[in-house]
Design a protein around this ligand. Structure first.
Ligand SMILES: [Zn+2]
Length: 356
C-alpha cells in the first residue's frame, strides 16, 4: 500500500499540475503504478533503446519485479548485429506453473524507439511489459490448465532479435500450444486482436520453419473480451489492402512464433478506421486533434495530406510518454491497460478451452 501511495504522489508530481486521474476507481493500480515507475525519466528508467545501458537496466528491473512477486527468473542473453555493430541484449522470463506440461507463452518487448524525438515508450511497449508484471502477480498460486510463460523480449525494434533468438533455441517451442504478443496495448482509440496472416511470412530465420496462420488464440481472446466487455471488447480490424480481416503482418514478436508453427494472438491499441499516410493500415492510432496538424472528422484523415506532420501516431514519437498522453486521454490509458490484463488473465485461466 505504501508503495502505491508513493507512486501515485510521484505520478502527480510528474504530471505537474495537469489532471491526474485518481486510481480510486480501479480495483488494482499495480500495473499503472509500474508503468509510471518504468517510464518516468527522472525517477524511473525512461527511454530504453536497443544496446543502451537503459535497455539492460530495464531487463534487471523487470527481473526484480518478478522476484518481488516470488518467482525464479530466467535470463537468456544474446547478441545481434545492428548497423555493422555487435550489440547485446537479453530475454527475461518466468514460468507460472499449470496443471499440465503444455505451455502458453505471453510476450512483450521492453526496448523502445524514437527517444531522439522524445518518446519514452510508455505505450510502445511499457504497456505490454507492465501487463506481464501484473499477470505474474495476479496469477500466482491460481489453478492454471497450462503453464504460462511470460517473456520480456529484448531488442524487438530493429529486427525482432529477442523473439527470433528464443524461437531458435533447442526445445524452446516444446509443449508450446499458443503465443500472445502484447505490443502497444494502450493509447490508440480502439483495442484489437489479430492473428498471423493466412499467407505465410518469410521465415528463413527460423531453423525449423513450419508456418501457421491458425486463428484459435485470436478467437479465444476475442470471445473472452466480448464476454467481459460486450461492445467494448477487442475488435478484428476490417480488411485493408493485402490484409484480410483480423490478420496482421510480421512486424512484431509474434512473427517468429507463427513461423515456428505456434498459433498466435496479438493485442494492439490503434484505429484502423483512420485513412492514414498509407491508407487504413492502423499506423494512425487516434483521431485526437492534439496528434494531428489538422484532422478532418468527415474523411477520417488529414485536412491536408501534403501538409500533415503527425498523422495521429503515438508510437516512436514525442507523444509516447505519460506526461503528454495522460492529460490528452484522461482515464482511457489505465482503463485500456486493466481491460487487457483482465482479458489475458481470464484467457490464461481457461486456456484449455481455446488451444489444445
Ligand atoms: Zn512495439
Amino acid at each position: 500500500m505504501k508503495n502505491t501511495i508513493t507512486t501515485v504522489l510521484c505520478g502527480t508530481l510528474l504530471l505537474s499540475g495537469t489532471v491526474f486521474v485518481s486510481g480510486a476507481a480501479f480495483a488494482d493500480d499495480y500495473a499503472w503504478d509500474q508503468l509510471v515507475a518504468l517510464t518516468d525519466e527522472t525517477n524511473g528508467i525512461g527511454a530504453r533503446r536497443v544496446g543502451t545501458p537503459q535497455e539492460k537496466q530495464t531487463a534487471d528491473w523487470i527481473a526484480e519485479q518478478w522476484k518481488k512477486s516470488g518467482y525464479k527468473v530466467t535470463s537468456q542473453p544474446f547478441s545481434f548485429e545492428l548497423d555493422g555493430k555487435v550489440l547485446k541484449s537479453e530475454n527475461v522470463m518466468v514460468d507460472i506453473p499449470g496443471q499440465s506440461d503444455k505451455v502458453l507463452v505471453i510476450g512483450a518487448h521492453y526496448d523502445t524507439k524514437g527517444d531522439e524525438k522524445g518518446s519514452l515508450g510508455a505505450t510502445d511497449n511499457g504497456s505490454g511489459v507492465v501487463a506481464l508484471l501484473a499477470m505474474a502477480k495476479d496469477l500466482k498460486g491460481k489453478q492454471l490448465p497450462y503453464t504460462v510463460r511470460l517473456i520480456a523480449f529484448g531488442a524487438e525494434e530493429f529486427g525482432l532479435n529477442g523473439s527470433k533468438y528464443y524461437v531458435n533455441k533447442t526445445g524452446a517451442l516444446d509443449n508450446v500450444v499458443g503465443m500472445i504478443n502484447l505490443d502497444t496495448i494502450i493509447g490508440g482509440d480502439k483495442l484489437y486482436v489479430h492473428s498471423a496472416h493466412s499467407t505465410p511470412y518469410k521465415c528463413d530465420y527460423v531453423r525449423k520453419a513450419n508456418y501457421t496462420g491458425d486463428t484459435s488464440v485470436r478467437s479465444g481472446l476475442k470471445a473472452v473480451s466480448d464476454q467481459l466487455y460486450k461492445e467494448n471488447g477487442h475488435k478484428l480490424h476490417p480488411t485493408f489492402e493485402g490484409y484480410p480481416e483480423g490478420e496482421t503482418g510480421n512486424w512484431s514478436d509474434h512473427a517468429p512464433f507463427a513461423c515456428g508453427g505456434i498459433p498466435i494472438g496479438y493485442l494492439e491499441a490503434t484505429n484502423f478506421a483512420i485513412d492514414g499516410e498509407e491508407g487504413n493500415d492502423g499506423y494512425s492510432q487516434t483521431t485526437n486533434d492534439a496528434l494531428w496538424s489538422c484532422f478532418d472528422d468527415k474523411t477520417l484523415s488529414a485536412c491536408n495530406r501534403e501538409e500533415e506532420k503527425h498523422w495521429g501516431k503515438i508510437w516512436h514519437t514525442k507523444f509516447d510518454r505519460l506526461d503528454t498522453l495522460t492529460p490528452l486521454f484522461k482515464d482511457r490509458l489505465q482503463t485500456q491497460l486493466n481491460q487487457n490484463i483482465q482479458v489475458l488473465e481470464t484467457f490464461a485461466l481457461e486456456a484449455n478451452k481455446w488451444v489444445k
